[in-house]
Design a protein around this ligand. Structure first.
Ligand code: PMP
Length: 381
């Protein structure tokens, strides 16, 4: 059976306009039409992030964006603090270690979020670190970290450069790097930005751009200063051949989000996640993140106590619904479903109803799961 509903946390179901935009005839990447396209995307990204300055766009996945951040700033002799609460936090630190820099690891239980105190203590106890790296939305556990509060808890004078992995947050929830004090933010096209996979995006604070003065990036294609120079030229361009079709798709996706209005967009994702959680819990699933505040609005992760999660995922697949399983130490015991797109009550019913069938819950169910979900969905904002 072909996939009818792609619920994996990237790539995600895309609006038809985005798919159509990606199929437009190609243009040359050194022609005025491409400069216009690039400029329009830059303006929209700045609006989405409520931040000034260029957003560097790389032909890469999210991992490439994170690698770009690491290779531009870190080198042998540097130290960084890595706070991880899941598989992607762990990967970010592995990427950084490849530069030869030394990492100080702080680990938070999978399913829990990083608190401002953990981050503030890590900085206080480890002076002289160049970078603190943290994941905004930990996709492997569906937990969101309170980045704004975390940064605010670190005294400005002691702050290392704050690196944030926003691969699965940007586009779906508030992520305002300039306002929050993020120095380097990396993200990717295929989740909250509702675009096919293939673009990595990196934003830098003024402090971060200054920190690159005089440095030579060991990677040519990931050299942020090289990208910035071309982007800020009279006719904005990419130093190398860009995936033009993905730029078209990204432009259409950003228009969709911004036309709706970011507040409305972010709130609708929150509401969907809350209603989904209520329905899942009423059915007897256990959400991995116990703390409601820590639950992501882009992806939900849950366990099936006493049941075989992989068998449920298989049955869902047979119905045309593709979900993600657990990763790392959560392999085999989690189901993860994403909700990055503009979904409403009908889609929520499809997911809950299909799970009801796939998990064979007719005999055991004690609560009316749809009523529980509807009560949350329908409550006044
Ligand atoms: N960081 C996070 C938080 C992610 O969710 C992902 C992808 N799931 C990545 C990094 C890696 O991105 P990619 O697979 O696009 O390289």
């Amino acid at each position: 059976m072909n996939t009818k509903y792609l619920l994996t946390p990237g790539p995600v179901e895309l609006p038809a306009e985005v798919l159509r935009a990606g199929a437009r005839p190609l243009i040359g990447h050194r022609c005025p039409a491409f400069s216009e396209l690039f400029t329009s995307i830059e303006k929209m990204l700045q609006e989405l992030l409520k931040s000034e300055g260029p957003v560097i766009i790389l032909p890469s996945s999210g991992t490439g964006a994170l690698e770009c951040m690491a290779v531009n700033f870190l080198e042998k002799g540097d130290k960084f603090i890595s706070i991880s609460c899941g598989v992607f936090g762990n990967r970010f630190r592995e990427i950084a270690l490849r530069t030869g820099a030394e990492g100080i690891n702080i680990d938070v239980e999978f399913g829990e979020s990083v608190t401002p105190k953990i981050a503030a203590d890590a900085v206080k106890n480890n002076p002289g670190c160049k970078v603190l790296m943290i994941t905004h939305n930990e996709t492997s556990t569906a937990v969101v970290n309170p980045i704004k509060e975390i940064i605010a808890a670190i005294p400005e004078k002691d702050r290392p450069l704050i690196f944030v992995d926003g691969v699965s947050s940007v586009g779906a929830m508030e992520c305002f790097p300039q306002e929050w004090g993020i120095d380097v933010l990396g993200t990717a096209s295929q989740k909250g930005l509702l675009t096919p996979p293939g673009l990595g995006l990196v934003w830098l604070s003024e402090k971060a751009w200054k920190a690159l003065d005089g440095k030579i990036c060991p990677s040519y294609s990931y050299d942020l200063k090289l990208h910035k120079k071309e982007l800020e030229a009279k006719s904005p361009a990419n130093p190398f051949t860009p995936p033009v079709s993905l730029y078209y798709a990204l432009e259409a996706a950003l228009s969709e989000i911004l036309e709706r209005g970011t507040d409305i967009w972010f709130n609708s994702h929150r509401k969907y996640a809350d209603a989904l959680a209520a329905g899942l819990e009423a059915m007897g699933f256990d959400l991995l993140a116990k703390n409601k505040e820590a639950r992501s609005s882009g992806v939900t992760a849950f366990k099936y106590p006493g049941g075989d999660t992989e068998a449920v995922r298989k049955k869902l697949r047979a119905m045309g619904i593709e979900t993600a399983g657990g990763q790392g130490k959560l392999k085999g015991i989690l189901i993860r479903v994403a909700h990055y797109n503009n979904w409403g009550w009908p889609e929520l019913c499809i997911i809950l109803g299909s799970l009801y069938g796939a998990a064979g819950m007719a005999q055991t169910l004690k609560k009316d799961f749809l009523a529980e979900a509807w009560n949350v969905w329908n409550k006044e904002d």
